[in-house]
Design a protein around this ligand. Structure first.
Ligand code: FES
Length: 159
């Protein structure tokens, strides 16, 4: 067995066993995998199906439903701006516009030479934190213009 395979398996097991094997924890597990790896490896989906006793199709369905989850690794940074009702009334439009201005990227477009994409979704399920922006799987709540500048600064410092 390759060292990296063992490492991946061990890391997945560590994330899994920190949670009780209840199907209600599936999304939390996927969020933790996304944070740990930057995407959802196939091994994570297969192991989640076993551990939470749900079908692989259901795990895949959940994983592909939420745009905050990436199914493939990549060097691009993904920003997701929530435009659901709670986030909308708390300035999601202005946040999207400011992010576009700071990064030079239009939402929903891949710009040549840019390593970042911005997408918009209709509720991330954490409305109490509105407005919400997800950066490479990491949730940022109650975002302000100052937060945005810090987020963009951190992003440009990432490898
Ligand atoms: S409306 Fe943005 S998290 Fe629900």
């Amino acid at each position: 067995m390759m060292k990296n395979e063992k490492s991946l398996k061990d890391r997945l097991e560590s994330l899994l066993t920190s949670l009780p094997p209840w199907r209600s924890h599936l999304i939390l597990f996927l969020h933790r995998v996304q944070q740990e790896f930057g995407y959802l490896p196939e091994e994570a989906l297969a192991r989640a199906a076993e551990y939470f006793a749900v079908s692989p199709a259901e795990v895949y369905g959940v994983a592909t439903f939420y745009s905050a989850f990436k199914m493939k690794p990549g060097c691009r940074h993904e920003l997701v701006v929530c435009h659901g009702t709670a986030c909308h009334v708390r300035g999601a439009e202005a946040i999207s516009a400011e992010l576009s201005r700071l990064l030079g990227v239009e939402p929903g477009r891949e710009e040549p030479g840019k390593n970042v994409t911005i997408s918009q979704v209709n509720c991330l399920g954490c409305c109490a934190l509105a407005p919400v922006v997800v950066v490479d799987g990491e949730y940022h709540g109650r975002v302000t213009r100052n937060n945005l500048e810090k987020i963009v600064e951190r992003l440009s410092g990432k490898k």
